[in-house]
Design a protein around this ligand. Structure first.
Ligand SMILES: [Mn+2]
Length: 253
């Protein structure tokens, strides 16, 4: 399953583009099997596209099983399911937050490298209609959305500073431009000014992302940036956003 998914992802590259009428967005699940299961059983059949915004593993001991559910619908419906990379699809976090130990315990010490291959093949972004979907946010070196297509492939950590920021950055209403983030070296907070400039310049309407704990959802910058959070780990609601034409529906899983 990992090999098949890796193969499909590698053919497509780091930026996916698509048009769709009814699209579901699922945020960080972090091993929450029941959330992923509900999305697949109850909502997936009603959607034209389903976008997973990254962070499938770590913070629990069912990362493998969570990934298996997601990869199995991805392999069967590669045109309908988008599996974006999160900052937890990386050894930078897996070595410290549980997934590396989980894989080693379940499959032995050689198995993790296959997950690394899969994670480094996952796309960084999807353009759905005029909405940009990423795990973290905008990157301070990327002005044209097309530049995402040029990001290096198979970047395990990733080491590319722009790719790293897409996975790690956070929006902040009160910030101007990009300022260093408390998350650590190489990660930034991005403000309303750069967000509006990026969206206008690329003829986009909004950014949908995960990466931060929220009670299902958080709307910033007059809804130009929406955070979807779908994990059980922080004991808040797991959300799924459905966009149908111009309308947005919040679903609590
Ligand atoms: Mn994250």
């Amino acid at each position: 399953m990992i090999k098949k998914a890796t193969e499909i992802m590698r053919e497509r590259g780091p930026l996916l583009r698509m048009e769709a009428r009814t699209v579901g967005f699922v945020g960080d699940t972090h091993t929450a099997l029941d959330v992923t299961d509900k999305v697949i059983k109850h909502y997936f059949p009603l959607l034209d596209k389903l976008v997973f915004l990254g962070d499938y593993v770590d913070r629990g001991d069912t990362g493998v099983e969570n990934l298996v559910q997601i990869l199995s619908i991805f392999i069967k419906n590669p045109e309908k399911v988008i599996v974006l990379r999160g900052n937890h699809e990386s050894p930078l976090t897996n070595l410290y937050y549980g997934f590396y130990s989980e894989v080693t315990k379940k499959f032995g010490s050689d198995a993790y490298v296959e997950f690394e291959e899969l994670f480094s093949s996952m796309p960084y972004a999807a353009l759905v209609n005029k909405v940009l979907c990423v795990h973290g946010g905008l990157s301070n070196g990327i002005r044209d959305v097309e530049e995402i297509e040029m990001l290096p492939s198979y970047d395990i950590n990733p080491d590319d500073p722009q790719a790293f920021q897409i996975l790690w950055n956070d929006p902040r209403e009160e910030v101007t431009g990009f300022v260093p983030s408390e998350r650590g070296d190489g990660a930034f907070l991005f403000g309303r000014d750069v967000t509006e400039e990026f969206l206008t310049h690329n003829d986009l309407t909004r950014l949908i992302r995960g990466h931060e704990v929220a009670d299902g959802f958080r709307f910033d910058m007059d809804g130009k940036v929406i955070t979807v959070f779908s994990s059980r780990y922080h004991h808040m609601s797991a959300g799924m956003l459905v966009m149908s034409g111009q309308s947005l529906t919040k679903i609590y899983l």
